[in-house]
Design a protein around this ligand. Structure first.
Ligand SMILES: *[C@@H]1O[C@H](CO)[C@@H](O)[C@H](O)[C@H]1NC(C)=O
Ligand SMILES: *[C@@H]1O[C@H](CO)[C@@H](O)[C@H](O)[C@H]1NC(C)=O
Ligand SMILES: *[C@@H]1O[C@H](CO)[C@@H](O)[C@H](O)[C@H]1NC(C)=O
Ligand SMILES: *[C@@H]1O[C@H](CO)[C@@H](O)[C@H](O)[C@H]1NC(C)=O
Length: 325
């Protein structure tokens, strides 16, 4: 005789039935201005899109430099996805960061968008992309500042949807994955550098799951040095890493972890570091994880095993070198 445990029975049944596709659908919000890890994050999203593991619906730039959107366009184009929509925060400026890579990518690498001025505004693009998707199907990946996402949450009904921003997010967005903050407490650049009141607004009003990947994750994942010797010379990802960081040098991988989690979930690479609770953001952008109230909020941590960070770094390097064309 055999005993069929209820859990096994359910699993067997689920395996036997055709399942609706659950491919994650991502919209990435990036500062793509100073740190080159935004480029790695976009590279991963393009790679996973090319492999059919996710769908990259669009990219929104949350810094005002006119070179941000073209830099995104050069990366998307390199990976064979020149038509993925890109929006950029307005008004645009001529600002560049030193050391600069966005201007380099915008001017020396092929792309479709060549000036941030020539892009749609982020909030209308978000609303259009969300309105066109199945309920509860979209993951927003935030690896920069918070203008665009606060604007989405605060938006009002328009021609694409009768829903106000918060209701549209509640209906369409499965979760938002945010690179920002430090856990269980501390300060971090994305939260405290631009406009902490927007981070407060979002963390207090977001109606679906929020997952945070904090300072302490990326600072322990060093990757990208391999690009110098092993990536093709025409790779904008290689160019960005060399321009920002110098040749043959690793960089902390904060932003890529948000794309990895958004694409594959915890996947034995991460665990949740909290048991309940929720984030509290102070006026200066510093954050504290509080035991209550418990919300559908989580922060990533490394599994308790030696070299958990090395596993992720190695995988990231492999992904950054994976050929797509
Ligand atoms: C920005 O750069 C463009 C050329 O790329 C130039 O025409 C324009 O005057 C510059 N604007 C400012 C405010 O410097
Ligand atoms: C939300 O919109 C209102 C009205 O336009 C505006 O006054 C307010 O500053 C906005 N808040 C955020 C966080 O964007
Ligand atoms: C893994 O973490 C250790 C301890 O923080 C660090 O010394 C090492 O450089 C990290 N390795 C990688 C590949 O990121
Ligand atoms: C931010 O504000 C909190 C609360 O007032 C304070 O405890 C913390 O030290 C401040 N952090 C920084 C980096 O100034």
């Amino acid at each position: 005789m055999f005993i069929l445990y209820p859990l096994l029975a359910a699993a067997t049944l689920a395996a036997a039935q055709p399942r609706a596709p659950t491919k994650p659908k991502l919209i990435i919000d990036t500062d793509i201005y100073s740190d080159c890890d935004d480029v790695a994050a976009l590279a991963l999203a393009n790679l996973f899109h090319a492999r059919g593991q996710i769908e990259l619906l669009g990219v929104a730039v949350d810094t005002p430099s006119r070179y941000g959107a073209p830099a995104v366009s050069s990366i998307n184009t390199y990976y064979g996805h020149p038509t993925i929509p890109i929006a950029a925060r307005k008004p645009v400026t001529n600002a560049t960061f030193t050391p600069d890579y966005p201007h380099l990518l915008a001017t020396r690498y092929p792309g479709v968008v060549r000036d941030g001025e020539d892009t749609p505004d982020p909030v209308p693009l978000y609303r259009e992309l969300l309105a066109g998707q199945d309920d509860g199907s979209v993951t927003i990946v935030s690896v920069g500042y918070f203008e665009n996402i606060a604007g989405l949450l605060n938006s009002t009904a328009d021609a694409v949807s009768p829903l106000a921003g918060r209701d549209l997010v509640a209906k369409k967005v499965k979760e938002i994955v945010i690179m920002g903050g430090k856990y269980p407490a501390g300060s971090e650049f994305n939260f405290d550098s631009d406009n902490p009141s927007l981070v407060q607004f979002i963390t207090e009003n977001w109606p679906t799951r929020m997952v945070f990947t904090g300072y302490e994750i990326g600072i322990n994942i060093l990757a990208g040095a391999v690009l110098t010797d092993y990536a093709p010379k025409d790779s904008p990802v290689r160019a960005a890493y060399i321009a920002y960081n110098g040749p043959n040098k690793n960089r902390y991988a904060w932003d890529p972890t948000a794309v990895i989690y958004a694409s594959f979930g915890l996947d034995n690479l991460f665990v949740y570091g909290n048991h309940g609770g929720s984030v509290y953001v102070q006026n200066n952008g510093s954050d504290v994880w509080r035991d209550s109230p418990t919300k559908d909020q989580h922060y990533l941590a490394f599994p308790e095993r030696e070299g958990a960070n090395v596993t992720i770094a190695n995988r990231l390097d492999e992904w950054l070198l994976e050929k797509v064309h």
